[in-house]
Design a protein around this ligand. Structure first.
Ligand SMILES: C[S@@+](CC[C@H](N)C(=O)[O-])C[C@H]1O[C@@H](n2cnc3c(N)ncnc32)[C@H](O)[C@@H]1O
Length: 340
């Protein structure tokens, strides 16, 4: 069972070194209004006045994540960016900030970033993680969104991706990438003998910088590249919960990360848990999921989601249990004669 905990990512109610893997998507700077009791709540990340203050606050949360992470653990963080001087888009979306709050956090003069420039928030954050926290940045993975939103600009490309960063505390850490290897694309990359898998990157191994170059030609498949195309998924929340959330990431993100960077039975945390996607998938994959969020409403939503049989089946990659229509008999009720 997942643990859904109401708490603040600045002070996690978790012991030092208790977590194998963190998979999280913190609020983006100056974009959304997360709610509790139907109102914007105080103390949420993303509310800071400037990108610098936002990154400062996120670095302090990351320091706390590192405290609870095992030395063999990994930290995967998803962050989006924003343009200086940008007007609010999709303001009809219930959870975006009010136009004036949004503008205050995009105003080039107030934030000290030239008009029309990307703020570069994911990079600012990643560099501070290396420089201030001493974390090892193992990979930047691009989340390419095949169903991304249209934009009205005409003088630059449409932004159709976000960043994910994979950090570790130590150079050697838990990794078993075999479950997420991809089929070889051409015969050239098949192992010459067509047989034994490479001894590198096998189950339960601790990643080794020198091991990577031996991974080509592995019979289990190719190493995934650093651009992952994953469509966003709508989440349908039952009306009786009286709450909605518009920023859940697709289950496929935690699924790939958890399979490759956490041991079976390990502890997987999302300190900005929202709807509980990470905990839901962790549980479905035989790990212990912990989801922390400041909003009691989102904790209620996550509790529903992590216990709902349909959501659990979907997270495990199974077909959800069929809804039984009144008067219709379920499969196991049918009298089927089995030939002997
Ligand atoms: C982008 S959403 C996460 C969505 C999540 N990945 C999912 O799939 O549902 C960010 C969440 O962080 C929560 N949050 C904001 N500030 C927080 C803080 N200081 N501590 C804990 N949670 C916080 C918000 O309430 C929001 O639900």
């Amino acid at each position: 069972m997942s643990a859904i905990v109401r708490g603040n990512a600045h002070a996690l109610p978790i012991a030092d070194g208790a977590v194998d893997l963190i998979v999280t998507s913190p609020p983006y700077f100056g974009l959304r209004s997360y709610q509790d009791g139907g109102e914007h709540y105080d103390g949420q990340l993303g509310d800071e006045a400037t990108p610098t203050e936002f990154v400062d606050a996120l670095i302090e949360c990351t320091r706390e994540m590192v405290r609870v992470l095992k030395p063999s653990g990994s930290l995967w963080v998803n962050l989006g960016d924003k343009y200086s001087g940008a007007q609010q888009q999709n303001s009809s979306r219930q959870s975006t900030m009010s136009s004036s709050d949004y503008w205050r956090r995009s105003n080039p003069k107030a934030i000290g970033i030239p008009n029309k420039s990307l703020m570069g928030i994911p990079w600012r954050y990643a560099l501070r993680c290396i420089d201030d926290l001493g974390l090892i940045l193992r990979a930047e993975v691009i989340w390419s969104k095949p169903n991304g939103l249209p934009e009205s600009v005409t003088d630059r490309v449409r932004r159709s991706h976000e960043q994910w960063f994979h950090f570790t505390v130590e150079p050697r850490y838990y990794a078993d990438v075999d479950p997420i290897r991809e089929p070889h694309k051409s015969a050239r990359t098949q192992p010459r003998d067509g047989g034994a898998p490479s001894p590198w990157g096998r189950a339960g191994k601790f990643g080794d910088v020198t091991g990577e170059r031996h991974n080509t030609g592995n019979a289990a498949g190719s190493l995934p590249g650093s651009v992952w195309s994953i469509a966003t998924e709508p989440l349908h929340v039952p009306d009786h919960l009286g709450v909605d959330h518009f920023a859940a990431f697709p289950t496929e993100w935690p699924r790939r990360i958890i399979r490759a960077w956490s041991p079976a039975g390990g502890v997987v945390l999302d300190p900005f848990g929202g709807t509980g996607t990470t905990a839901l998938v962790a549980d479905a994959l035989g790990r212990h999921g912990i989801s922390v969020d400041m909003s009691a409403d989102y904790c209620r939503l996550a509790t529903w989601r992590t216990t709902d049989p349909k959501q659990r089946a979907k997270a495990a990659g199974h077909k959800p249990p069929a809804e039984q229509i009144e008067g219709q008999r379920a499969m196991f009720d049918l009298d089927i004669e089995v030939a002997s």
